[in-house]
Design a protein around this ligand. Structure first.
Ligand SMILES: NC(=O)c1ccc[n+]([C@@H]2O[C@H](COP(=O)([O-])OP(=O)(O)OC[C@H]3O[C@@H](n4cnc5c(N)ncnc54)[C@H](O)[C@@H]3O)[C@@H](O)[C@H]2O)c1
Ligand SMILES: N[C@H](CO)Cc1c[nH]c[nH+]1
Ligand SMILES: [Zn+2]
Length: 422
């Protein structure tokens, strides 16, 4: 399709997720049940949705040790190398308490305090995500959060995926609940006999998880509503269609609602890409999911110019953007809205999903127009500090009294006047 056609589609018909109303009703019910019946509801919903009869809602030390045996040494080494990079990147985001002395007798500042407790949702329905364990836990730990719990659905055998368990052990999380979906979010938000209530819930998940996070928001904090994965590639003639096709398929395989879009200035590239997608899809492991995702949300858009391509990107505000163009570094200033930008032919999104260092929990569904990747800043809160000496207060007293009187708040004015000298 052309750039104009795609723009019209974007404006008229931002791709909708699912039957929001049905999900909304079902999630409200689940939350209510968890609040009323606690653990009993968690067991019942796990039986209903995950087809497993739980006898214990938490993972034992033995299960973690057993998982370590299953995953093998190369996985542990790979996870350790990812941890090193993710730590390194997120260390740069540390926020410090600061104090300033703008004038005589005045001290102002901002105190940074880690959140008391955090619950991390790790998806586990269609795939298990050890990388999500790392991306959510590491910034929380760097921020100084002491109580971190993970919740994730069980597999058919009633166990938590061993790769997820090993990743959790590698980053030092000991509390792991075997609960998924909206019921897990409700349990973290309100607490049950087994699940401890937390002050913030983070982590991606399917439409039920996302909807539950919206419902509990206000009673607890949430990070963002990270929806189905999105990749957008901007390509010129210099891009390799084999690589671009592989990158589009890499995100389409997440689920049927994931979106994979390529915007190119070259008809030739568009044709080659189309062929590559067809070929690579044929032999893909998760072919059924990829086919549906590409059929519903996949687009190849041919624009008149790179300027038109960047305009579309900024309107789409994708979660991930790959700039597979000549001198990509120089094109960076054209992009205002994207969760993460990958530059050049050798920086595929999967690099960032697992190992480069930046967080893979990113704003989706156009929300990169106003929000940022998950980071250390999501796990702290700030408190303002104000100190004035008697002389410093005296100097500004009249201004405060004037403003307070203008607001008709005379007790405010009086609290200043009472301290005023002469
Ligand atoms: N943005 C990110 O960083 C990121 C990272 C990893 C995964 N993801 C996304 O997370 C999502 C994971 O989804 P998933 O389904 O694989 O796993 P999930 O863990 O989010 O959901 C599985 C749970 O959904 C619940 N459920 C299933 N059917 C239900 C129904 N009919 N009614 C009520 N509850 C129901 C069940 O309790 C089940 O345990 C995908 O969309 C993936 O793209 C995003
Ligand atoms: N692409 C996902 C975020 O949209 C993150 C992820 C985890 N594992 C693989 N990919
Ligand atoms: Zn991915």
């Amino acid at each position: 399709m052309t750039g104009k056609e795609y723009q019209a589609e974007l404006r008229n018909n931002r791709i909708r997720n699912e039957d929001t109303e049905t999900i909304n009703r079902s999630v409200r019910d689940i939350i209510q049940q968890v609040r009323e019946r606690g653990d009993e509801a968690l067991v019942a919903y796990t039986a209903k949705f995950d087809h497993v009869q739980l006898t214990n809602l938490t993972v034992s030390i033995e299960e973690i040790e057993e998982a370590r045996e299953i995953v093998g040494e190369s996985f542990i080494q790979a996870i350790q190398s990812a941890i090193k990079n993710i730590k390194g990147f997120h260390e740069e985001q540390r926020e410090k308490t600061w104090l300033t002395n703008p004038s005589d007798g005045v001290m102002l500042g901002q105190k940074v305090t880690p959140l008391e407790s955090v619950g991390i949702y790790v998806p586990g329905g269609k795939a298990a995500y050890p990388s999500t364990v790392l991306m959510n836990t590491i910034p929380a730990k760097i921020a100084g959060v002491k109580q971190i719990a993970i919740t994730t659905p069980v597999q058919e055998d009633g166990k938590v995926n061993p790769y997820v368990l090993t990743a959790a052990a590698e980053v030092g999380v000991e509390t792991i609940y075997k609960v998924g979906g909206a019921q897990a979010v409700a349990a973290l938000a309100y607490g049950t006999e087994t699940v401890g209530k937390v002050v913030k819930i983070v982590g991606p998940g399917n439409a039920y998880v996302a909807c539950a996070k919206k419902w509990v928001f206000g009673d607890v904090a949430i990070d963002m509503i990270a929806g189905p994965s999105e990749i957008c590639i901007v390509a010129d003639e210099s891009a390799n269609p084999k690589y671009a096709a592989a990158d589009l398929l890499s995100q389409a395989e997440h689920d049927e609602l994931a979106s994979a879009i390529c915007i190119t200035t070259s008809d030739l590239f568009a044709e080659a890409l189309q062929l590559e997608i067809q070929q690579q899809m044929e032999s893909a492991e998760r072919k059924a999911i990829i086919e549906q995702s590409i059929a519903n949300q996949g687009r190849i858009v041919v624009t008149e110019s790179l300027a038109e391509a960047y305009e579309l990107v900024n309107e789409l505000a994708p979660e991930h953007l790959q700039l597979m163009v000549e001198n990509p570094m120089e094109k960076l200033s054209n992009i205002k809205n994207a969760g993460a930008i990958f530059l050049g032919n050798h920086s595929p999104e999967a690099l960032g999903d697992y190992l480069a260092g930046p967080n893979h929990t990113l704003p989706t569904s156009g929300t990169s127009t106003f929000s940022s990747p998950l980071g250390v800043y999501d796990f702290v809160k700030k408190t303002s500090i104000i100190h004035y000496s008697a002389a410093a207060l005296n100097e500004v007293a009249d201004d405060i009294i004037t403003i307070a009187n203008a607001e008709g708040l005379y007790a405010h004015a009086n609290s200043i006047a009472i301290r005023k000298e002469n």
